[in-house]
Design a protein around this ligand. Structure first.
Ligand code: C5P
Length: 232
């Protein structure tokens, strides 16, 4: 499994997305389509970006009863995405159902990655709102372990957690890490960040990078800098 930079295409229309992707003439970066773009444009945006030759991480974070997730995953699998995700909080049974739904008749399937605890959830809100009393690190590692038992390929996590996830679940278990910033770049609303180079050292398998590329004066140069630092 090669390391790669995934660009978070957090746009609200196909028009803005294609205006951005057109700048990459000839290059085909791995792109992440999130809820905003998918809900704005529907499955056609996935098909169109795929037809242009990009790999796609469809970041829809499914969480529902196992049967619904299984059937929805079967639909997403037919869109031929390369990676998709769900919430590990949906239980091992839901994750196993997701794998079943995602697996195509020929046995192939997109990579399936679990969200453990969102980085917007801190220990205080976990205790207060979710009545989870364990330390957040323990919860994240437990959810990662559940994802592994269910047969998933990895987790989305902070680059700061990537080393520990590999220790707990093995080096083959993928870590997909947002929260990446250039050393001389703006943080925006991200708090616990790493540079692409640090993320590489700590063992992230894929970094998800949005604004440092999408909002750069020269997005192609910013992408290439990311690739050079992270992939080498
Ligand atoms: O612009 P920026 O680089 O902060 O974008 C990061 C991307 O990763 C966004 O699409 C954001 O929703 C996503 N993400 C994140 N933190 C998580 C999970 C996903 O920043 N814990």
């Amino acid at each position: 499994m090669g390391k790669d930079v995934i660009i978070a295409c957090d746009f609200d229309s196909a028009e803005k997305t294609f205006e951005f992707l057109d700048k990459f003439s000839g290059k085909k970066p791995f792109v992440k389509i999130g809820m905003e773009l998918y809900y704005a444009e529907g499955p056609s945006i996935v098909k169109e970006i795929k037809a242009r030759g990009h790999k796609i991480f469809l970041d829809l974070k499914l969480h529902d009863i196992p049967n619904t997730v299984k059937k929805s995953m079967a639909v997403l699998s037919r869109l031929n995405v390369d990676m998709c995700n769900l919430h590990a909080a949906g239980t091992v049974k839901m994750m196993e159902a997701a794998i079943e739904g995602l697996t195509r008749p020929d046995g192939s399937r997109p990579l399936l990655i679990a969200v453990t605890q969102l980085t917007s959830t801190d220990e205080e809100s976990m205790k207060r709102d979710l009545l989870i009393d364990e330390p957040i690190d323990k919860v994240v590692m437990h959810y990662a372990h559940n994802a592994k038992i269910a047969g998933l390929d990895g987790v989305v996590c902070s680059p700061l957690e990537a080393g520990k996830v590999h220790e707990t679940c093995g080096n083959e278990f993928l870590t997909v890490t947002p929260g990446v910033r250039f050393a001389d770049g703006e943080l925006g609303d991200q708090k616990r960040v790493m540079t692409p180079e640090q993320a590489k050292k700590i063992g992230s398998d894929y970094i998800v990078v949005g604004r440092p590329i999408t909002a750069a004066a020269d997005p192609v140069a910013a992408y290439e800098r990311c690739m050079a630092e992270f992939v080498g």
